[in-house]
Design a protein around this ligand. Structure first.
Ligand SMILES: Cc1cc2nc3c(=O)[nH]c(=O)nc-3n(C[C@H](O)[C@H](O)[C@H](O)COP(=O)(O)OP(=O)(O)OC[C@H]3O[C@@H](n4cnc5c(N)ncnc54)[C@H](O)[C@@H]3O)c2cc1C
Length: 537
């Protein structure tokens, strides 16, 4: 171990200021007893579109704040590469995401527990969801107030999004005012991580209140290259900033929070991963850990686009110079209106097979349409409802392609690899069509543009999914928690076989939960903070 003049020493060094990393930085510095360095590869969160909910569309391909990864050609999706946005900025993906606040199903966490992960059942994790939360509707059995993370109702009255909920009820899907309450099933409005119409990333809600603490140092544009070990004890992080290589040393622990792609990449670059892979890149092996990068899973979605009979969609606002300016003014004055549209307005969770115990499909409804996410809205009035399978069986992997930390990793998700996954999307589209055909929405529908009314058979629907299927941006489980030989971290999120090192982010999920992944990742970091502080006593 060669400490050079750039050396600096902290109790904890956190890699990645994303959904999880900002939570850790806040909680670990709160009592003033520990010094913390937070390293973030991206810049400060000053980009204006970060703070305006609708801006997530503008950041979708904004390389100054986005890693902009691609998968390898996906075998079941006609060998298409699927674009993978990931936040590279303070707040990480919580600064560029669709802002939806969805925790998943109680049964997801009970399944984690049932897989041997003591302390991670629903009753165990609920207090951490509540601790994080500042729920606009007030506290109850499932919700907390007074936490750093504002969770709010949507601030815009939109007839289409409302009609979706009524139409779902007409199609037999009951209205559910709270997807994060007693049960998830049903149709309703999403709540969002916003405060008075502005995005509440973890940089906003957790980091900002902590940033002036004397025991927290935040370094941006600082890319962690590799971890430094003394035997099997993690001691330091080598990082590159403005062309200089520096090393930060951790007296107590290093906490890797780089997200589901970058955390396993950093472990592999540091000599923790499948031995054969590391050898092939000339990396010295610290620990042969064949599970690092395995079990990659993601939610796949297909988007059904409908031409609307009335000029009530966001397309009509964006394509009309006066309405566009009015929307801007409305937002500037009141923080309301179309600019508060998030990654979905209303939605539904339902079962495609009545024999299932809980929903296996989520619909995100949104009152605009486009050929591809992040691209120009259609010139005609249109809206979109996407179908997403909640518990995919398909498993992929993440592997480094080079020992050079700046080379993007090889991402294989293997979307659509199993019959269950294919069946869920086909049946999900059929149920969505029943909602679109119900009286409340039918009044707004001229025709289905994509896939189009002629696409009816299983074969044609499957072909549509293969041609157009994409991600809902929820990769997880590449540093999976568990007790088996391929599990990467234990129930305290410590890397198995290594001392002084934890992974804390979406990569530790034992499997993908049935919903959006930001709130669960924040919960994971809240729980991890308690465990880290307990272990420091
Ligand atoms: C476009 C998009 C839309 C989404 N919509 C929603 C939604 O509506 N609701 C929802 O719940 N979830 C949504 N998600 C998913 C959710 O935001 C993520 O699951 C969650 O933010 C993951 O948190 P994380 O801490 O694991 O990783 P991240 O938040 O991605 O944080 C990782 C951080 O580590 C940094 N980093 C990585 N490697 C290094 C390194 N080597 N050195 C230094 N820093 C590094 C990154 O730059 C990043 O800031 C969306 C995601 C995206 C991308």
């Amino acid at each position: 171990m060669n400490k050079n003049k750039d050396t600096s020493e902290f109790d904890y060094v956190i890699v990645g200021a994303g959904s999880a990393g900002c939570v850790l930085a806040n909680r670990l510095t709160a009592d003033g007893k520990h010094s913390v360095l937070l390293l973030e590869a991206g810049p400060k969160d000053t980009h204006i579109w970060i703070h305006i909910p609708l801006g997530y569309g503008k950041l979708f391909k904004e390389k100054s704040v986005n890693w902009m990864y691609q998968t390898e050609p996906e075998p079941e999706l006609n060998r298409r590469q699927v674009y993978q946005p990931r936040g590279k900025v303070l707040g990480g993906s919580s600064s560029i995401n669709g802002l939806l606040y969805v925790r998943g199903q109680h049964e997801d966490y009970d399944r984690w527990r049932q897989r041997g992960n003591a302390g991670w059942g629903f009753d165990d994790v609920l207090p951490y969801f509540k601790k994080a939360e500042n729920q606009q509707r007030g506290p109850d059995k499932y919700h907390g107030t007074g936490g750093p993370l504002p969770v709010s109702d949507w601030r815009h009255a939109d007839p289409l999004s409302e009609a979706f909920i009524v139409a779902a009820a007409e199609a037999g899907i009951a209205t559910n005012p709270d997807f994060n309450g007693a049960k998830q099933e049903g149709a309703g409005f999403f709540q969002t991580t916003t405060r008075r119409g502005r995005r509440a990333s973890t940089a906003f809600s957790y980091l900002r209140p902590a940033i002036k603490r004397g025991n927290l140092r935040v370094e941006t544009s600082a890319l962690a290259q590799r971890l430094v070990f003394e035997g099997r004890r993690a001691r330091g992080v080598e990082y590159k900033q403005n062309g200089s290589l520096r090393t930060a040393w951790a007296r107590k622990e290093i906490l890797v929070s780089g997200g589901a792609y970058n955390s396993p990449q950093l472990l592999q670059l540091s000599g923790i991963g499948p031995a054969e892979l590391l050898k092939s890149h000339g990396i010295d092996i610290v620990l042969d850990a064949p599970g690092v990068g395995n079990d990659l899973q993601d939610h796949m979605q297909v988007r059904v686009v409908t031409r609307c009979s009335q000029r009530v969609t966001l397309n009509d606002v964006v394509n009309h110079p006066i309405r566009k300016v009015m929307a801007g003014l409305h937002y500037a004055a009141l923080r309301r209106g179309p600019l508060t549209i998030a990654g979905g307005t209303s939605g539904a969770f339902f079962k495609t097979d009545p024999r299932l115990a809980t929903p296996d499909v989520q619909i995100h409804f949104i009152p605009f349409s486009t050929d591809k996410m992040g691209e120009k809205l259609h010139s005609f009035s249109g809206f979109t409802a996407s179908v997403c399978q909640l518990r995919p069986e398909s498993r992929g992997s993440l592997r480094i392609k080079s020992a050079d930390p700046s080379v993007p990793p090889e991402i294989r998700i293997n979307y659509f690899a199993t019959e269950t996954d294919r069946r869920a999307l086909i049946d999900g589209i059929r149920i969505l069509r029943r909602i679109l055909a119900a009286p409340a929405l039918k009044a707004y529908c001229v025709e289905e543009i994509d896939p189009g009314a002629k696409t009816v058979s299983d074969e044609d629907l499957l072909d549509f999914c293969r041609r157009t299927g994409s991600t809902v941006y929820h990769p997880t489980s590449t540093c999976r928690m568990g007790n088996d030989p391929l599990a990467v971290v234990d129930q305290r999120l410590k890397v198995r076989g290594i001392e002084g090192l934890r992974v804390v982010d979406a990569s530790i999920m034992p499997d993908l939960m049935s919903g959006n992944t930001n709130a669960p990742t924040i919960m994971i970091a809240e729980k991890a903070s308690d465990m880290i502080l307990e272990d420091a006593r």
